[in-house]
Design a protein around this ligand. Structure first.
Ligand SMILES: [Zn+2]
Length: 485
């Protein structure tokens, strides 16, 4: 049995929960999984949010290594009036200009491909920053990167010009984004494949994520989004099959970056913090606490003040809405505050990381559609019943990772724990290339990594929390965290 491929095509279904991949909702992907090698204990990284995930897919490493610690975070040297938004390529370019290439220095599999003389093509229907973070050095690498956000949103505008000349401009935004999924698949198969002749091609579909957020996890609009992504995948598989070798030497990867949890109750976090004596702004800079909200809320102080942070963590810990709690710093397991874990356990300890992370209370109870996982949410302009992600509830952490490999046609499932950080070394391994030294993930088609199961518990007073993970250090696979009832 061979484990190598001449070409790789990876389709990322943003936010796709594996439990909604059923023959009625996604017939093509369901059939694909029947003949693929599927990892049934796959996980996202923390925070389980898109641009963090994209950076981990690209680098084979968690935020502690790549430094993209949230979708948006304070960096007053780059933006003095708001958070740096990783969706915005201008913010990322300005951050690189301010801090030097170290801002996104962790090398990507894209860099390894370029060094080996292999070509990468990316067709991205999500945010422009999401495409940028997969291959920040796309131009120098000779990659072909198309973003639906326009020629200024990519480092390789010629890709945009070719696609628009051939297919016209992308369709207007809609919900669900069915037309955009078809357009993305056509750019990949009708423009990128013939023009770039890529050794590795990535199609990033931003559905079902958008519809999960705004239309709920299983409503009719979301079903249409799932169908559209499935049809886009079918178009890609058809194009692979129509290659001169019938696609026999092409590995196809189907993956998602994170799961989704239904939000069922809104928490007025800033008001609660005011009652506790703390000033805070959600999604905006504040002189006391700057917070990136959601299901897992990230807190940054204007200036480090450990004593005040400890008072904050101790007050928050006693609140009925407080779930798992983490601090930047600690002894590697326990955080700096009793009851908290150290963010280092999550591979998230980085100078840009939040001083405190408070995951809001969530559970495995079923949402209105009967899918497991409900959570409180702070901030975010999402309807109740809509989906969210970012935290460590299993519904947010679970993702899809499956490979259809050359000369393998029998569906197989593997239950070894793997995560997004394993994709980059696996892609390189399939092409016979070694992983980069900075990649702490492991080739998941190679011998199983030693990642012993760990169930950690901490607490203080009546507060208790649990963390389930596999392995240690930045190469660990995170399974979930929760507060026992
Ligand atoms: Zn995502």
């Amino acid at each position: 049995m061979t484990r190598t491929a001449d070409r790789i095509v990876m389709v990322v279904f943003d936010g796709l929960r594996p439990d909604v991949v059923t023959p009625d909702r996604m017939p093509t992907l369901s059939a694909f999984l029947g003949e693929a090698r599927r990892f049934t204990r796959a996980s996202s990284v923390f925070p389980s949010i898109t641009r963090v995930c994209a950076s981990s897919i690209g680098t084979g490493a968690p935020p502690a290594v790549h430094g993209i610690v949230q979708n948006a975070f304070p960096d007053r040297a780059v933006r003095g009036d708001r958070l740096v938004d990783t969706a915005n390529p201008d913010d990322l370019r300005d951050a690189v200009a301010t801090h030097g290439p170290g801002f996104v220095a962790a090398p990507r599999f894209a860099d390894a491909l370029a060094a080996a003389g292999r070509r990468l093509a990316i067709v991205h229907t999500g945010s422009a920053g999401g495409a940028f973070l997969l291959d920040p050095r796309a131009r120098a690498n000779g990659s072909w990167v198309f973003s639906v956000h326009g020629r200024a949103a990519t480092e390789t505008p010629a890709a945009w010009d070719s696609a628009v000349a051939r297919l016209g401009a992308p369709p207007a935004k809609s919900l669900p984004q069915a037309g955009m999924m078809e357009y993305g698949a056509r750019v990949l198969t009708e423009v990128a494949f013939p023009e770039a002749q890529p050794d590795v091609a990535v199609l990033w579909l931003n559905e079902p994520d958008t519809s999960f957020h705004y239309l709920g996890l299983d409503g009719p609009g979301t079903r249409a989004a799932l169908a559209a992504s499935d049809a886009a995948f079918a178009r890609v598989l058809d194009a692979v099959r129509s290659a001169p070798d019938g696609g026999a030497r092409t590995a196809v990867i189907a993956a998602s970056d994170h799961g989704h949890i239904a939000v069922t109750e809104r928490l007025p976090l800033a008001e609660h913090l005011a009652e506790l004596g703390f000033g805070a702004a959600l999604d905006a800079l504040h002189d006391d606490l700057t917070i990136y909200p959601g299901t897992a809320c990230c807190f940054w102080q204007r200036e480090p003040d450990p004593a005040r942070l400890r008072r904050l963590a101790e007050a928050v810990r006693e609140q009925p809405w407080c779930g798992p709690l983490f601090t930047l710093g600690g002894n590697g397991v326990e955080g700096t505050t009793p009851g908290a874990f150290d963010l280092a356990l999550l591979g998230t300890a980085h100078p840009r990381a939040p001083a405190l992370v408070v995951q809001l209370r969530s559970s495995g109870a079923t949402d209105p559609y009967g899918l497991p996982g409900v959570s409180l949410i702070a901030g975010k302009d999402l309807p109740l019943g809509g989906g969210m992600h970012g935290g460590l509830n299993r519904a947010e952490m679970v993702n899809l990772i499956a490979f259809r490999l050359p000369d393998e046609t029998d569906g197989e499932t593997e239950d070894r724990p793997v995560s997004l950080i394993d994709l980059a070394p696996t892609i390189l391994g399939l092409l016979g290339l070694p992983p980069l030294p900075s990649m702490v993930g492991r080739d998941m088609l190679g011998p199983p990594a030693a990642r012993p199961e760990r169930l950690l518990e901490t607490g203080a007073g009546s507060y208790r929390q649990m963390l389930h993970l596999f392995g240690e250090g930045p190469g660990a696979v995170l399974h979930r965290a929760w507060c026992p009832a």
